[in-house]
Ligand binder design. Structure first.
Ligand code: ATP
Ligand code: MG
Length: 421
């Protein structure tokens, strides 16, 4: 893409009321726009990043047999009454509104109820199980605190997958499959080293669950980490009994701040009982379906990546989620027109080779271009100038490193294909 065509502009200052690093940098870089507290728009650069995160997650959800669908945001009160999650004293984050006829509706903050209800039309026999379905869908939550930027939105994208199984055994083994898939996802997204499977409370559903917690000072949770075992315990459930059950000693654990990027739950028959989702087993006996639910917030992950990787100059995207792979920068094209020609030539080569490139073809000073490039955080910067043309090279600087290197002009594409970041 030509940067001169990108409508979003970078800016020196973030809104004064924005306290989180992720939102400050993402707003300054033109990735997102703040509508109001906890409500953000994704601009072209931000949407590219979000979609890359979504693509990584989707691949792993498909790999565990997940079938993608998309459920509505508007929710039926009757269904949520059945599971006793409609009333505000049971769930305090609902956004509710009314239809013209006065009937109440709510905007979905999760989707166990409507999906369980929907599955009654599709699950009737043991032959129909197990099933796993998932979606990337906008959730609405009237969060009390919304000061963590896109890590805690009041409207945000969630990947939620749900499993439907014959019994506890089948559900437990699906749960383990999903746990492995999650580890893979966070590795691929470049935050695997900082992300810990964490023993946590089961919330409304069961005694315990597993959270995926990414260590960062911007996190709102406190976890206790055992680095060697790559395992953590959420402060909410840390006690003698839990430590004993897990075979951990308190003195082996280190307290850290972290953000929950994912969460997996065994739901048991909590929702199938409430909504009467049953199946007939081999003997023709009616049995409740066992369920699990598994969430990831792609926007929260994006915010966590910014929090973890940014430096004093701006964002540092891992290759897998970067909006572009190469930031091509031409220096002083007005002084020497061959610079523009050479930049255009390289730009076309990148396009033909399928390498994602943002070409800074704007009329801006070199200082401005470099500052914006640091802020936007594309992994590889390539510089074309009078000097590089004379030497028949391209100057390459990785965003995450200080030094730059010279690459022979004819080796540029090979360099891109081989570079692991
Ligand atoms: P938290 O305790 O941080 O509010 P939660 O327990 O409410 O999280 P879940 O209901 O398990 O979160 O939601 C599944 C996933 O959706 C979370 O792991 C997180 O990645 C994401 N998520 C939850 N709430 C938000 C939010 N307000 N903004 C962005 N992402 C969110
Ligand atoms: Mg929450």
């Amino acid at each position: 893409m030509r940067q001169s065509q990108l409508f979003s502009k970078t800016r020196k200052e973030a809104p004064s009321d924005e306290v989180s690093k992720n939102a400050q940098l993402l707003i300054r870089g033109g990735f997102i726009n703040k509508e109001m507290a906890g409500v953000y728009d994704y601009l072209p650069l931000g949407l590219r990043v979000l979609n890359k995160i979504v693509a990584v997650i989707r691949q792993e959800m498909n790999a565990v047999g997940g079938q993608e669908l998309s459920l509505s945001s508007l929710q039926s009160k009757d269904i949520w009454k059945k599971s006793d999650r409609w009333d505000d004293d049971k769930v305090d984050i609902w956004f509710k509104t009314k239809f013209q006829n006065g009937a109440e509706t709510g905007l979905g903050f999760t989707h166990e109820e409507p999906l369980t209800n929907l599955m009654k039309d599709h699950i009737s026999s043991f032959r129909d199980l197990p099933v796993a379905v998932y979606q990337f869908q906008t959730k609405f939550r009237n969060e009390i605190r919304a000061k963590s930027g896109i890590m805690r939105g009041r409207e945000f994208l969630m990947k939620d997958l749900y499993t439907f199984c014959k019994d506890k055994n089948e559900q437990d083994s699906y749960y383990e499959k999903l746990k492995k898939a999650y580890v893979k996802i966070f590795d691929k997204l470049g935050i695997g080293a900082q992300t810990f499977v964490t023993f946590a409370s089961g919330g409304l559903f069961s005694k315990y669950s597993n959270e995926f917690q990414t260590v960062t000072d911007a996190g709102e949770d406190i976890i206790y980490i055992n680095k060697a075992k790559k395992f953590a315990v959420n402060k909410e459930v840390l006690n003698e009994e839990v430590l004993k059950d897990l075979g951990l000693k308190r003195e082996e654990l280190v307290e850290m701040k972290a953000v929950e990027v994912g969460n997996i739950f065994n739901l048991g028959t909590r929702f199938s009982d409430a909504l009467a989702l049953t199946y007939k087993d081999e003997k023709g006996e009616s049995k409740p379906v066992w369920m699990g639910s598994y969430g990831i917030g792609p926007g929260r992950v994006m915010g966590a990546i910014v929090e973890l990787k940014a430096d004093e100059k701006g964002i540092v995207w891992p290759k897998e989620v970067a909006p572009f792979f190469v930031h091509l920068i031409e220096i002083n094209p007005k002084k020497n027109p061959t610079v523009k020609n050479e930049a255009e030539k390289l730009y076309q080569e990148f396009l033909s080779a399928g390498i994602e490139v943002l070409w800074d073809d704007r009329e801006a000073t070199t200082g401005e271009k470099f500052a914006d490039s640091d802020l936007i955080g594309i992994p590889v910067r390539m510089i074309i100038s009078e000097k590089t043309i004379a030497e028949n090279i391209v100057e390459v600087k990785k965003r995450a490193s200080v030094e730059s290197e010279k690459i022979s002009r004819d080796k540029v594409l090979i360099f891109c294909q081989k570079t692991n970041l």
